[in-house]
Design a binder for this molecule. Sequence first.
Ligand SMILES: [Fe+2]
Ligand SMILES: [Fe+2]
Length: 481
Amino acid sequence: MSIADLSGKIPNNVDIKSDRRLQRALESWQPKFIDWWKEMGPEGFQADEIYLRTAISVDRDGWANFGHVTMPEYRWGIFLSDRVGDRTIPFGDHMGEPAWQTVPGEYRNMLRRIIVTQADTEPASVEQQRLLGQTAPSLYDMRNLFQVNVEEGRHLWAMVYLLQTYFGRDGREEADDLLQRRSGNADKPRILTTFNDPVEEWLSFFMFTTFTDRDGKFQLQALAQSGFDPLSRTCRFMLTEEAHHMFVGETGIQRVIQRTCEVMAEVGPDVAAVRAAGAVDLETIQKYLNLWFSSSVDLFGGERSSNAATFFATGLKGRYMEEQNYTDHVALEGHYDLPIVRGDRLSSEEVPLRNAMNEILRDDYVDDCENTVRRWNKVLEKAGRSERLYLANRRFNRRVGEYASGEFGEVRFNPQGELISEHEWTSSSAQWLPSQADQDFVKSLMHPVTEPGKIAGWIAPPKKGINKQDFEYEYVRHPES
Ligand SMILES: [Fe+2]
Ligand SMILES: [Fe+2]
């Protein structure tokens, strides 16, 4: 792509035209991105025309333009939310100073690490989801999957823009490395564990977009507070897209539950009967919920964290709704009462507030997840069922932090958050997490449905289509058809 083409083809509000250095960096990176997309993006469907939303500006009419487009031709853009005049750093040791428009030298490495860690999740999720198009339950769902995928691609662009514009040569190297790592690859894995876990069927996809994309929402919210203004503005715009990803997940599971209720009304609640009728039994839905919630909870990091304290002190990463939800933005006084494992019991420890920033963000995340499960339970309630889904305690099934290992090694918790023995864990965990047989069953349901207006038997159709179109709309067009 020539430089003249670049600024035309990349919708942006960062004035690519007049930034020669950025032009050169993008000119070299863009073809590598397309190569990565073709190799690691959705398998198949690259020649199909997908009804996608493209952002061409940040204002109300500009950020949601719909039309059929092939994925490699998608116009990945670079957008920052509008600058807030005279913005000051809203928290930490530099509170009240003007927000940084360039990288604060003393925090350069830390800031780059924060950006790279966020950036790495974006291509990772595209890689995790790359086979799902082949088993989409409807064209509507296939379109939603690809919308999520291209937007995660755009989120990568957003972070690469920051690396290339503000971090010079090592930023450019990091941008290249983001296209080198591979989800689930033993030699060059993605940075965070959850983003190396396979997402092989749609029940996991909907749980992932509910719980893992929601982690994204909270990380982006915390970074939207950042004293480094370009990061703040980038994240604020990304949040508009993230909302759709969580919508896809939450309504996806809602529709699975809806279908299960319909089937239970016919054949009764017996697991074998529900499965024989081609729906996902509620116990299995609960197990997948447990798996993806616990995995996503890990993404917030350790409960006691000196890194988190430093990120807050330096003004690089704040809390959820820092300005609206808190009055003390310095957080040098007070503490967080953290339950920790002492011997064979839980006891409370006072953690200095700044060191508990991961846990404070996790609190808001857990609340948000509670609300989601409440809405899922409304479906059961409306169908006149007495069964309910629940959100496991955050201590359940952890691989990171205080609840993964205590002072004497590994620790285990049940979904109620009670400390249990290794023996109890081994004998009960198959009731809480998907067994191989559960996974095989869920996979056995995954047959593609590609006729417009038709849908697989394990999920109900959506109440409405996308952008005021009907569910029957041809969201994906095959070139020959
Ligand atoms: Fe994202
Ligand atoms: Fe997302």
